[in-house]
Design a binder for this molecule. Structure first.
Ligand code: PDD
Length: 284
């Protein structure tokens, strides 16, 4: 049975779901997106994802395709029609279809597309071993705080990491780690301090990052929001990534060397468990 996809007010079998070749998402990557995780057929921390979506659209002067209430109702209808228990709900808003012109069109109506993907999130086997990452230059644009659909640099970084025999890339700019190809990057120092890059236009303001930092502080872990170098990762006792789809995922190998003792450490393991509990409490 094929998936049911949402396209501009309609719920269609995926093979019938179509977008114009003049859509500015297709021609200019003129669009924004969100990925909300699905657990027990419901959405994790979805209000925070919708708030970030609103901000991304505003930053790009993009009209909302519909009210946020309607959008949320469509998310729930999509979940109902697809009967996905665990995975992700992807949604994308583009500026819509217009004759090709660099200037933002006056007439175009923004378009909204959504689909679900089934995937094991909580029992991801990688959480038991951790993942390996390698460093890459960060060649992305300067508005990484906007969750825009122009993901080719991130896709290239991921592909280069796989080619190098690793699972993912951590991107480096001016000697400091910015973030992972599709996740936020964190380390735990030998003194037990959680170090993570401060929010700016240099990184995406991760929804999972925010929740995990609050959980860390609640349990008495000191959090330092500052840039850190690849050398500090080499000296750290733990490293981990956060994202909607990975939750908290230990990084046990960095540029070919073990991080700490090369096993998922106590802080990342604890934070993952706390985040799973938080995620369950946030379902809507
Ligand atoms: N990626 N940084 C980047 C560059 C990202 O693409 C993502 C999310 C994150 C983590 O943000 P959040 O915790 O809100 O998911 C950080 C999503 C999952 C994706 O593109 O599939």
């Amino acid at each position: 049975m094929s998936r049911i996809v949402y396209v501009n007010g309609e719920f269609l079998p995926e093979e019938d779901a179509k977008i114009s070749v003049f859509d500015r998402g297709f021609l200019f990557a003129d669009g924004v997106y969100e990925v909300s995780t699905i657990i027990d057929g419901k959405l994790v921390d979805n209000g925070a994802h919708l708030a970030r979506l609103e901000r991304s659209m505003k930053e790009l002067e993009m009209d909302q395709p519909c009210t946020m209430e309607k959008l949320e109702a469509a998310q729930h209808e999509l979940l109902r029609r697809n009967d996905v228990k665990e995975g992700g709900l992807y949604l994308q808003v583009t500026r819509g279809a217009a004759d090709r012109d660099f200037a933002f069109p006056k007439e175009a109506k923004s378009s909204l597309v959504m689909f679900t993907q089934a995937k094991a999130v909580i029992d991801n086997p990688a959480a038991k071993t951790g993942i390996s990452v390698v460093t890459m230059p960060d060649i992305r644009w300067q508005r990484r705080d906007i969750k825009a659909i122009g993901l080719l640099p991130a896709s290239m970084a991921k592909q280069a990491a796989l080619k190098a025999g690793a699972d993912d890339a951590w991107m480096i700019e001016d000697g400091y780690v910015t973030e992972g190809s599709s996740n936020n990057a964190h380390i735990v120092t030998k003194d037990g301090v959680l170090v993570t890059r401060a929010l700016s236009n240099k990184i995406l303001h991760g929804i999972t990052r925010k929740a995990v930092l609050a959980l860390a502080e609640e349990t008495g872990i000191t959090v330092e929001e500052r840039s850190f170098t690849p050398e500090e990762v080499g000296e750290a006792s733990e490293a981990f990534i956060t994202s909607a789809s990975m939750f908290v995922m230990p990084v046990t190998k960095f540029d070919g060397e073990p991080v700490g003792d090369g096993q998922p450490g106590p802080v990342s393991t604890r934070l993952r468990a706390l985040y799973v509990a938080f995620a369950r409490d946030s379902l809507s």
